[in-house]
Ligand binder design. Structure first.
Ligand code: H2B
Length: 121
């Protein structure tokens, strides 16, 4: 059974994750990050590598994919909030895609590249 992060543990771990594009999810004890890759192949490659890390840790993301976009939320269901496992998995995911674009504004709808057309097209 995982334990919720203490205030001190949050203070120690979360600012660095915030710098890397993770943000708090409103009304949940969870963190979210949205990656925008060049295409589906890169997004899927990331998800494959991420899935291996999740299996190794026995800790799994809530995530979705639309073409080049991978939207990841981390929380621990066993303790209904953030645990050390979320911090560990977040760092591992960050290490898998150091150069990828990150959508920091979570208020925007996630726009698939396939919806972006030349003006007048
Ligand atoms: C039975 C299994 O070990 C547990 O359900 C694991 C699997 N993956 C998990 N992933 C996440 N994010 N939270 C959990 O509490 C969790 N629990």
């Amino acid at each position: 059974m995982a334990d919720l992060l203490s205030e001190a543990e949050r203070d120690a771990a979360l600012p660095a994750l915030g710098d890397n594009g993770w943000a708090a999810v409103p009304d949940r004890d969870a963190i979210r990050k949205i990656w925008k890759f060049k295409n589906f192949s890169e997004a899927w490659g990331f998800m494959n590598r991420a899935a291996l890390q999740a299996e190794k840790l026995n800790h799994h993301p809530e995530w979705s994919n639309v073409y080049n976009v991978v939207d990841v939320t981390l929380t621990t269901h066993d303790c209904d909030g953030l645990s050390a496992l979320d911090v560990t998995l977040a760092k591992r995911l960050d290490a898998l895609a150091p150069g990828a674009e990150v959508q920091r504004d979570h208020g925007e709808p996630v726009v698939c590249l396939c919806k972006i057309h030349a003006k007048g097209a």
